[in-house]
Design a binder for this molecule. Sequence first.
Ligand code: NAD
Ligand code: ZN
Length: 347
Amino acid sequence: MKALQYVEIGQPPRVVEVPKPVAGPGQIVLKVTAAGVCHSDEFVMSIPAEAFPSFGWSVPMTLGHEGAGIVHEIGAGVTEFSVGDAVLVYGPWGCGSCTYCVEGNEMLCPFAVELGIQPPGLGHPGAMAEYLLVDDARHLVPLGDLDPIQNVSLTDAGLTPYHAIKNSLPKMGAGSSVVTIGAGGLGHMAIQILRALTGATVITLDVSEAKRAHALEVGAHHVFDSNEDAVAQVRALSGGIGANVVLDFVGIQATAELAGKLVAPAGDVQIIGVGGGALPVGFGALAYDATVRSPYWGSRRDLLDVIELARRGQIRVDFEAFSLDDGPKAYERLHAGTLRGRAVIVP
Ligand code: NAD
Ligand code: ZN
């Protein structure tokens, strides 16, 4: 079968021929219907060769941690799904039995790495292929009659901001202000989730004029360029206090520091982008009583909630579709910053 693989460190991904997977006991093979392109893949492909193994990774690596498919083959003992069922893949696979996993927070599983359990597309062969092997039925969520291409990115671009927003919901009542930094795949979903769930004024910062225009289209109340001027602009829109919540979907040092200047007393900063930026915490470093956290992906329950928001028409992924053969082009467009919303690969 065809797969889009990161073959050689430092080189762009390529379409290659690999063996089709077979379902062992308890496993499921999906015929992939869609796979989303995430900026985290670019992060993976930017790691130098000497650091790559420390993440538990090796090449070749089939990409794609946002996946949708049709159940194609079920292994012995699988009773939860039947051949032909349409599903989405919950990506952050954990051990399944620790306290975090039992609560559905598999993304926090402290044992997955030592057990060699990795998410599809981030170690385990991913969804950018004709078929995907899934280790356990609990990683699948029924998609019903929702379109897989339209909805595959709910599994990360929807799930990750939803989880972050839920962390800060008590601080986002009527009259509050939220700043989102970065209006790409995750950011354009965050704006819609904020509008669906909160009474906050949503202020979006992005360096790209096209992304700022997109942010307004999907529900941001105000947009600004992403620089120090935003501090005064956000103060002016928030009665002089700053943002009750700042969600940084870029996470480089400049945006992390900007987030620290934007946050109001007792506010939250969440650094979601994996740009390597960090924000020092200590008395006087930030507004009094501000909280800083760096969430990762989301829970299985969160994914069900996100799918329900989409089913009700309260959120909608904007995407551009690419064939598997054109997968490398999708990554070029991601790198150039010219995508509108998400790129979705359709094998
Ligand atoms: P994307 O490329 O689709 O969007 C990034 C956006 O940020 C673009 O609109 C770009 O114009 C904007 N941007 C770039 N530099 C900026 C700056 N200095 N200030 C403001 N805006 C700027 O990326 P994505 O797929 O949405 O991913 C966003 C980030 O989140 C990435 O770092 C990704 O790796 C990370 N991520 C984290 C998690 C997690 O669980 N924590 C999950 C998924 C993705
Ligand atoms: Zn991702």
